[in-house]
Every structure is written in structure tokens, then in C-alpha cells.
Ligand binder design. Structure first.
Ligand code: CP
Length: 317
């Protein structure tokens, strides 16, 4: 594997290799000395053209725990604000000698463009491109589900027959798309729940069940996992329908809907959360919620991705 751009083209075996390597990495994180020498002497650049908390610090922690040198680049305050292109920015990174580039960009396809451009020799990891994909988010979500359902160290197992209901602003969600492709590859059954205005064009040709009513979906799909998505108001070009109040009433995981879930249904959210809009605090802070576990597991999954892309070796836990 040279780049990690999407989950749509990942095979089940490739996905399991990343998840199983993440188990190896998680095992190393329970040791007193967490740092591994694996990427010593390598440079990794965090190239962020969009805001991030979790993904940026998680990739930084992952690279540092593998002993790589990390260079953080944020478009704000850089020469991008003077009009510098992606090509010139990438070639500057090439001149610095980056071995890996982690890119978040508002344009769908930016990561693929960087990987195929020939502008750089580095391995490219997509940290979210427009509304296209966010592969490491889906991988850490799958890792979290697998750990909760099959236990720690459950190497080699997929998510066969697991019912996952993904709710909210699917239209703008790279997380929903990456999860759909990955969960399908791992054998799960995926449903999307959203008002028609927040579904992407062409979704009915995708391998997913569609619901408009959250109450119907929760009743009919009997989900093992309910994944709530953030309303991405920054990507809306006009007032969206429904408005916040209607949205919370019809598509929010409020206290009533949360109480109606089975006790072992997992509640997920990639963050950042709009509490009271898409999810209630009671649901988000419950023992069924995996929100903080997702962040913790993100470091192991990103260590695995960096390791597989940049070192080419396997290690034992
Ligand atoms: N889940 C996620 O991508 O969060 P950030 O935007 O904070 O990185």
C-alpha cells in the first residue's frame, strides 16, 4: 500500500490488515514506554487546509509514537493565503524531504490529486477531502465497533451481520461515505437516515438502505450501532431545510430515542458534536457512547496506517 486515499477501493483483506495492525499498535500503547523506533529518521507533514482538532492531533501523536519527525502546516498563516497553489506547496514539502504527507482539504479529490500528481514522492494519507472521504475516521470507527462487539485483540474478524444506522447530514459527510464503503467490505449492513434535502445525489445506487424517519429506522433496522453525524453548516450555501428545531425533533438522538434503544446498542459520533441538535448530552455521555474511545483508538489506527505506508515492515505486539 503506497497511499491511503479512500475506503471505497480497500479490499476486506486490506481493511483487516490495517485493523489488525492497529491492534498490534494498541498493545504497544499499554506498555510503560509507548514510543516505537519504527519511523525514526522519517518526516511526516500534517498539511491542513481546513480546521481540525481530533484528526490533526491524533496523526501527530501517532507519528511521534513511531518516532517520526512531525511538521505541522496550517493553511491559515501560510503562503496559501497569498495565493500559493497546492502544487507549489507540495513541491516545497518535497524540497524539505517529507516521507509522508497527511492532507485535509476542502476540495473533494485533493488527496488523490496529490498522490497521483508526481509533485512529491511521499506517501499520501487523506485526512478528509471535501465531501468525498475520511478513511482513517471510518477505520477507527470500525476498530471501535469491532472491539466493543468482539473484544480486545479480535484480530481477523470482520463485522459480518452488524447493523449500523448512520443519521444526519449525509449529503456533506465524508465520514458517512467512508463508513459505508468500509462497513460493506467488512460485512456489515448499513442504513442512512436523513431528510431528502440532506441526502447526496445518486445515493439510491449505493449499497445502503435509506430511511427518512429516524423512529422507523430504529424500529425496523434494530441497530447494533447508531452513528450520529454533525450538521455541517459551513458547507451549506443557503439556509437548509429543515431548520435546527425541526432537525432536532425529527432526526436528533434525544433522550426519548436514546432511552428506546437496546442497552447494548452503541452510540457513535465522529465529533465535533452539536449537543442538543444531533445528539443529547445524556446519549453522548452514556456508557453506550464510544465518542472518546473513538478518539483513543484513532491514534492506534493512524499509527497502523503510517507504519504500513511508510515502513513496509510488520511488527509483533
Ligand atoms: N472527526 C474529525 O474529523 O474531527 P476533526 O474535524 O476535529 O478532525
Amino acid at each position: 500500500m503506497r497511499h491511503l486515499i479512500d475506503t471505497r477501493t480497500l479490499t476486506r483483506d486490506e481493511a483487516l490488515l490495517i485493523l489488525d495492525t492497529a491492534e498490534d499498535m494498541a498493545a504497544t500503547q499499554q506498555r510503560e514506554v509507548k514510543k516505537l523506533p519504527t519511523l525514526r529518521g522519517k518526516s511526516v507533514v500534517n498539511l491542513f487546509f481546513e480546521d481540525s482538532t481530533r484528526t490533526r492531533i491524533s496523526f501527530e501523536a501517532a507519528a511521534k509514537r513511531l518516532s517520526a519527525d512531525v511538521i505541522n502546516f496550517s493553511a491559515k498563516g501560510s503562503s496559501v493565503s497569498k495565493g500559493e497553489s497546492l502544487k507549489d506547496t507540495a513541491q516545497t514539502l518535497q524540497a524539505i524531504g517529507a516521507d509522508g504527507v497527511i492532507i485535509r482539504h476542502p476540495a473533494s479529490g485533493a488527496a488523490a490529486r496529490l498522490a497521483s500528481s508526481g509533485w512529491i514522492d511521499a506517501g499520501v494519507l487523506n485526512a478528509g477531502d471535501g465531501t468525498h472521504e475520511h478513511p482513517t475516521q471510518a477505520l477507527l470507527d470500525a476498530f471501535t465497533i469491532r472491539r466493543r462487539l468482539h473484544g480486545e485483540g479480535s484480530r481477523g474478524k470482520g463485522l459480518d451481520g452488524v447493523s449500523v444506522v448512520i443519521v444526519g447530514d449525509i449529503a456533506h459527510s465524508r465520514v458517512a461515505r467512508s463508513n459505508l464503503w468500509l462497513l460493506n467490505a467488512l460485512g456489515a449492513r448499513v442504513s442512512f437516515v436523513a431528510p431528502e434535502t440532506l441526502l447526496p445525489f445518486g445515493v439510491r445506487s449505493w449499497p445502503v438502505a435509506i430511511h427518512h424517519s429516524l423512529d422507523t429506522a430504529l424500529r425496523e433496522e434494530q441497530p447494533d450501532v447508531v452513528m450520529m453525524l454533525r450538521i455541517q453548516s459551513e458547507r451549506m450555501h443557503a439556509a437548509y431545510f429543515p431548520n435546527d428545531r425541526e432537525y432536532a425533533r425529527n432526526w436528533g438522538l434525544d433522550d426519548r430515542r436514546f432511552e428506546g434503544l437496546s442497552d447494548d446498542t452503541l452510540v457513535m459520533h465522529p465529533g465535533p458534536m452539536n449537543r442538543g441538535l444531533e445528539i443529547s448530552s445524556r446519549a453522548a455521555d452514556s456508557s453506550q457512547s464510544t465518542v472518546l474511545e473513538q478518539v483513543t483508538h484513532g491514534v492506534s489506527v493512524r499509527m497502523a496506517a503510517l507504519y504500513l505506508l511508510l515502513s513496509g515492515e510488520r511488527i509483533e505486539s
